[in-house]
Write a protein that binds this ligand. Sequence first.
Ligand code: ADP
Ligand code: ZN
Length: 740
Amino acid sequence: MMRHRLNPAPPPELLQKPVVGVLLPLPLAGAYDYKLPPGVNAARGALVAAPLGNREVLGAVWGAAEGTVGDNRLKVAEPLEGAPALPPKLCDFIDWVADYTLNPPGAILAMALRSRGAFEPEARRIAYVRGSVTPPRMSAGRARALEIAADGLARSVTGLAEDANVSSAVVRGLIQAGALIPTDLPEFAPFPQADADFAAPELNGDQARAATSLRDAVKAGKFSATLLDGVTGSGKTEVYFEAVAEALKNGRQVMILLPEIALTVQFLERFAARFGVRPCEWHSDLSQKERRRTYRAVMKGEARVVVGARSSLFLPFPELGLVIVDEEHEQAFKQQDGAIYHARDMAVVRARIEDCPVILASATPSLESFVNAQSGRYTHLTLASRHGIAELPQVKLIDLRHERDAPDAEKKAQWLSPPLRAALEKVLAANEQAMLFLNRRGYAPLTLCEACGHKFTCPHCSAWLVEHKYKKRLACHQCGYELPMPTQCPQCNETGTLIPCGPGVERVAEEFAAFFPTARYAIASSDTMHGPAETQAAIRAMAKREIDVLIGTQIVAKGHHFPQLTLVGVVDADLGGSDGDLRARERTFQLLHQVSGRAGRAEKPGLVLLQTRNPEDAVMQALAKGDRDGFYEQERQFREASQSPPFGRLAALVISGYDGDAVRTIAKALGKAAPNARDIKVWGPTPAFYALLRGQTRERLLVQAARGVDVQAYLKAWLGGIKIPAAVRVTVDVDPVSFF
Ligand code: ADP
Ligand code: ZN
């Protein structure tokens, strides 16, 4: 897949010239030439303030000057105070990502410079230490404060007041008396350091073997890639923590990437239980100040372990010695807007450039990683059983074509079949917990007028409006458009004719409550309607056993550990399998396998019931038989036969804009202009799955190439020949994972 050469770094002597190329964090074609101030040298990565038009932009010295602009017309770029610099290997990485994803390098640099103010000299803050003066008047509070301060640590007024449990007036009195003297400290307190030996677990046989292999990879201190492939609950996290410990002992920094969704307090606390302190975090929820503190600490090498979302890839680690991607199969690693890239793939690239090991962990690897492991390109470590006495759950299919309530039954269910209800009853009677899973938010995915057939759709997207009964609104899940739940059909003006079609989690919950009126339940849905706080509350309630049943979307599928959870019911296992895109089957398998993995994680055995209308389907059969590798093998053969990734290469072009005609014209012109080339096919243009999205018309072209083809070169030649008007956008997605 990644057969790209590194941009050769310019020889250092070129950078000793007073004129250099400076890359600005803007979507420009390349670096611009600038003069350095007289007598100043700056190496690749050195950060400078560069005048651009009438403003000043932060940039990085990138390489030799192009020399096309006369010396006397060049502006001067000033190195920043304290000479902060991006590590040269990060610069190489930025060039590589830009080349591979066909983004301007400045757009990638922008992601590496995302912390505003991180390069400004650090402010100082005043703190106080014990002086030699004894205050003339002593009180119990004063004595306590001085006793605390006697340890020699510098504290702020409020810090000391808190530690000594006195009012800040007491502390200020001591300052006035000269018993405490001011000193100044760096703006940010240093991060506490993780302790490799804080609480090392006793590993079982398989775990110990895997840990040894990973430790050896870290010790070797060169590039290697390992797929840590273990069933849910086998202890993958415990095992890769051993590699983290080894890296810490070797004085190297560690980057752990998690899909956004798994970046939870649980993980941070788990890390703290193993290493004594929480790791540094990097994600979009950090405050400006936390960002600055973390970025700086990474750059200075003070932050040893950073756990973060995909944007952590671009942090300036000077001593990176280990990269870990947990849940490596997750689609959340693919950044879909702005610069489009796959963080898992780029993590492997970063490790190669840093010449350090990378660990990809999953119970359901991506087919790409699985094939790489099979072919020996990656080391394949497997953990085949759950840790301790926990067993993998039993998976059974419920054939919905045969399992209906009898027509004369007093009470009929639409979504919860009799066998699923019987299983729920048993679990509730035994005082255990259950989870009902449906990967659909809201109450009903479609609202229809019974009288005229009118369907409620979004005015800005080609998508149905989803009913959210709880909030009494219809909402578009693509763009967020909402309206109050109508009572009248806008087309035929009838009232009382609007009917919900199909279930969302809210509707499943409604039916559950009708059948189990005394059971305690909550809904967890990654939703704008149920905010993240509500979801967290539902999950906490489940963990504390305040509820019996958790009803949720994919937010409940991953990572959670509920020891009393013995039943997982999948309301519609067929959902997603019929999307028809290349990865639909793989994704369905991964998701259902993950959600199944929530059952029976402690002493009590788990049961998973999958409601399906296609029990013969390969995905359902593989899940029921627990034959993961059989499924992967089948999927591998299918991909190989169709020359699909990883046996062939794909790239997508999405042409979008508010002017539908202009979009279609450009899409057609692009289709016609596609150069003929051996081993390359171009499909389209066709309207995208969401042919209208947030008001923009969208057309797609798909490039399919044999594995050895330089797709980037092909795309460059192609796109270079077409003039795109400003009102139309052409987005390139190399290695697309979704096809909307
Ligand atoms: P995975 O990441 O493979 O799903 P985890 O690392 O989360 O598995 O482990 C599952 C559970 O088993 C966790 O609660 C973990 O703390 C526990 N566990 C795994 N291995 C050990 C071990 N060697 N000693 C103690 N507890 C372990
Ligand atoms: Zn919409």
